[in-house]
Write a protein that binds this ligand. Structure first.
Ligand code: KG4
Ligand code: ZN
Length: 339
């Protein structure tokens, strides 16, 4: 366990983030979102993301330290997202963290982004202790892990094609909503009937821990095409039914996996976990199974650096100056969280 404040940096996608985390306490957390910059393109443009991180990261780090009332010299260690993510974007964070840690003669922790999403529930005020089953659903990943200890979550299942967030973003686009699609789809769905349209739930089965979202995405596309002009008036119903077809298997398989593993709790993480309908479905299913639900604040579900500071407690720190040869890795080397 690292005693004292950790300065953490996250730049894997389109959020430039820095945080100061001391044990389970988030002392400060600053997130500069580039989402608006990518809206005209309907998705994240890697080159634009990397350039913007470069122009923003120093100010974001300064803000996180200032909000915490600390100087760089006060940090016990630095932590940074090493993988997975956009390579140009990751490199900005890794180069920044290495330079700061080198100059300040501090150890550096190279963190896996998905491990960060799993560890968000370790932070106060949720402060969840293992064992539990974790669902991380983000723009690039959807996975269930059995967490017996925070050091090495064990993969139980994952998406075999699209991530849940990817299906949300593409479905939102089909419905004419702007990027990022998640929050826009959720608010449109609020005015609609989730039972209005039937969308297929892939891999339906009692003991299923894997996911598939490519089919439902295509099915929405066909439905909108078949409805023609009527699709415009039925947008809210389409959004609600589509959201339901994605959130239902997430909630059911999370709770099913936890029951089979005989753990007392389930945890949510990743941007899709900010979705109110998913949270309600998980609460509903978990109550039936007698499980505790641990869900971080919305700001700790979507990308942030506090979760990287949390995962740093469960990842070996590299002493000064041995980290100078460390690099960013665009995809996780083993395809696994922290393993
Ligand atoms: O974890 P995250 O911020 O970034 C990645 O690591 O990918 O997740 C981003 C994903 C996007 O697909 C976004 O549309 C989705 O999370 N998301 C949501 C909501 N807020 C963000 N999906 C559904 N409902 C939301 N409220
Ligand atoms: Zn993420």
């Amino acid at each position: 366990m690292i005693e004292g404040p950790i300065l953490a940096i996250e730049t894997s996608c389109d959020e430039t983030a820095a945080a100061v985390v001391e044990q389970r306490r988030v002392v400060s957390s600053v997130v500069a979102s580039q989402a608006e910059l990518h809206t005209p393109y309907g998705g994240v443009v890697p080159e634009v993301a990397a350039r913007h991180h470069l122009g923003t990261v120093n100010a974001v780090v300064d803000d996180a330290l200032a909000e915490a009332g600390l100087a760089l010299a006060d940090a016990a260690a630095l932590a940074v997202t090493r993988s997975p993510g956009l390579i140009g974007a990751l490199l900005v964070g890794v180069a920044t963290a290495k330079a700061l840690a080198y100059a300040a003669r501090k150890p550096l922790v190279m963190v896996d982004h998905l491990h960060g999403h799993v560890c968000a529930v370790w932070l106060d005020p949720v402060a969840l202790d293992p064992p539990f089953v974790s669902l991380v659903a983000s723009g690039g990943h959807t996975r269930l892990d059995l967490v017996l200890d925070y050091e090495a979550p064990v993969l139980l299942g994952q998406t075999i094609d699209d991530a849940a967030g990817e299906a949300i973003d593409k479905g939102a686009r089909t419905l004419g909503l702007p990027y990022p699609g998640g929050p826009a789809l959720e608010s449109l769905a609020r005015g609609g009937d989730p039972a209005a349209f039937e969308f297929p739930v892939a891999l339906s089965g009692r003991e299923q821990a894997d996911f598939s979202f490519a089919g439902v995405k295509t099915s929405l596309l066909y439905r909108v095409r078949d409805l023609g002009a009527e699709a415009e008036v039925r947008r809210a119903d389409l959004a609600a039914s589509y959201q339901e077809a994605i959130m239902r298997p997430l909630a059911e398989r999370l709770v099913g996996a936890a029951s089979r593993a005989e753990v007392p709790a389930v945890a949510l993480g990743g941007g899709v976990a900010a979705n109110g309908r998913l949270r309600a479905l998980v609460e509903e299913h978990a109550a039936g199974a007698g499980l505790r639900v641990a869900a971080p604040a919305l700001s700790l579900c979507t990308d942030n650096a506090a979760m990287i500071g949390a995962a740093a407690q469960f990842t070996p720190a590299i002493p000064w100056p041995e980290f100078v040869g460390e690099d960013a890795i665009p995809t996780a080397p083993t395809g696994g969280v922290a393993a």
